[in-house]
Design a protein around this ligand. Structure first.
Ligand SMILES: *Cc1c(COP(=O)(O)O)cnc(C)c1O
Ligand code: SF4
Length: 440
């Protein structure tokens, strides 16, 4: 099937005059010919920058590398590039050099929660495994800007073995999230090896892959790749579409191949100023995604990484977007809006408020239309006291399935079998004062 356009044909010829058009469908060709310099961008786009702009742009990409696949480049609207969401995500902006006080190189403290290189173990039962540090395209809004594209930091086979050992020796881990960089920039064989090793670990129930290739390099999704992935089910894939303009014939084809291979697909968008900070754009995006069998999973508030300040929106914008979705469209088309807590607290969902008030008999709710309604609490609810003994309980939990080791956080406060009555920050001044008085 030929799915390239006239525009793409012209770009291919400009990049390599003797090129065969079938090269356009070859993902390695796109990696080899990724646009990495300002002058190559100028040559291919016909857009020119002043000497002064060029100097500033060069400084920016010395800091955060530039790499745009010819495919993703072909989606840029060159007539109106300044306002183009594809251009903004792909091409350097001198505002990336601006440092605001609140920004950090590792805002999510991924390095602190890292027991071995490449692994971030933040949640009780799942880990992030950064198996690759290259991407086909370097998103200008990448939260791991400090890491991706750094040639001194390419994960070695030895480090990957160490990561696998950690997972093997940590039985709580039932979900492994391969990320990077982009894991699908690894070769089929190398990825096959990692997946085979993970599959051999009995407690690993699911493996997830985070990849932006369906968006920036859809030709990476080949028959050989899906055939290989299928061997390792259950595999889940999350991709990263931010704008409807990215759902092209090529990317739809890639998504269909993955879905046909029985891989559940999710999408993680980032809310970006001047790219997709609009309820209508996001609604259109989620509709197109579900029409292509992709479930909108998260909408991320932009992180506090260095160089991203011009992409950040107020949290209110995200809430406004979710308000425009809940009730207005299919439940499964609505992503969870999350803020990844600076300092490493993990993802925190944020929502408009629907629960307005309550007393012991009723709760008062409002719906998406503004209708205010009340829900009567049950009159004869039998309160049960849970001691986690389970054998005396009539709920018939198979004990082999209730395998958490201990409760954490708010769940602890809610539990009957735990005597904790409050959670107190480690460095609480009031309690330190108490200690001091006691010691005097
Ligand atoms: C996002 C993330 C996960 C996965 O979180 P889910 O909510 O299960 O998708 C795991 N580990 C880290 C460090 C993460 O940032
Ligand atoms: S694909 Fe992901 S990891 Fe790679 S540059 Fe984009 S946001 Fe960063």
């Amino acid at each position: 099937m030929t799915i390239y356009t006239k525009n793409q044909e012209a770009i291919a010829k400009k990049i390599q005059p003797e090129t065969k058009l079938s090269n356009w469908m070859d993902w390695k060709w796109h990696v080899r010919h990724a646009i990495k310099t300002i002058s190559e961008f100028e040559r291919l786009s016909g857009i020119t920058f002043s000497q002064k702009e060029k100097k500033q742009l060069q400084k920016t990409i010395d800091h955060f590398p530039l790499s745009i696949t010819p495919y993703y480049f072909s989606l840029i609207d060159r007539e109106n590039y300044q306002n183009d969401p594809v251009f903004r995500q792909a091409f350097a902006d001198t505002r990336e050099l601006y440092n605001s006080k609140s920004e950090m190189t590792d805002p999510l403290a991924e390095d602190h929660d890292s027991p071995v290189p490449l692994i971030t173990h933040r949640y009780p039962d799942r880990v992030l495994f950064l198996v690759s540090n290259v991407c086909a395209m370097y998103c200008r809004h990448c939260t791991r800007k400090r890491k991706v594209g750094d040639i001194d930091n390419i994960p070695t086979r030895k480090q990957i073995r160490e990561g696998l050992d950690y997972i093997r020796n940590t039985p709580q881990v039932r979900d492994v999230l391969l990320s990077g960089g982009d894991p699908l920039l690894l070769s089929d064989d190398y990825l096959d090896w990692i997946l085979t090793e993970l599959r051999a670990i009995p407690h690993v129930q699911v493996i997830r892959i985070g990849t932006r290739t369906p968006v920036v390099l859809p030709y990476r999704i080949t028959n050989d790749l899906v055939k290989m992935l299928k061997k390792h089910h259950p595999i889940w894939i999350n991709t990263h579409f931010n704008h409807v303009r990215e759902l092209t014939a090529s990317s739809k084809r890639a998504l269909a191949m993955l879905a046909d291979a029985g891989i559940p697909l999710g999408n993680q968008s980032v809310l970006l100023a001047e790219v997709n900070d609009c309820p209508r754009i996001i609604k259109e995006l989620v509709h197109k995604l579900v029409a292509n069998r992709v479930r909108p999973y998260y909408l991320y508030q932009c992180d506090l990484s260095k160089g991203l300040s011009h992409f950040r929106t107020p949290v209110g914008k995200g809430i406004e977007i979710i308000e425009s979705l809940i009730g207005h469209t299919s439940g499964f088309a609505i992503p969870t809006y999350v803020i990844d807590a600076p300092g490493g607290g993990g993802k925190i969902p944020v929502m408009p408020n629907y629960l307005i008030s309550w007393n012991t008999n009723k709760v008062i709710l409002r719906n998406y239309e503004g209708v205010i309604t009340s829900y009567q609490e049950p009159e004869n609810y039998k309160k049960t006291f849970c001691d986690r003994g389970c054998t005396n309980c009539n709920l018939e939990l198979d004990l082999r399935e209730g395998n958490e080791i201990n409760t954490i956080g708010i769940e602890k406060l809610l539990a009957d079998y735990d005597e904790t009555i409050s959670l107190i920050p480690a460095r609480n001044e009031r309690l330190k004062r108490r200690e001091r008085t006691k010691n005097e």
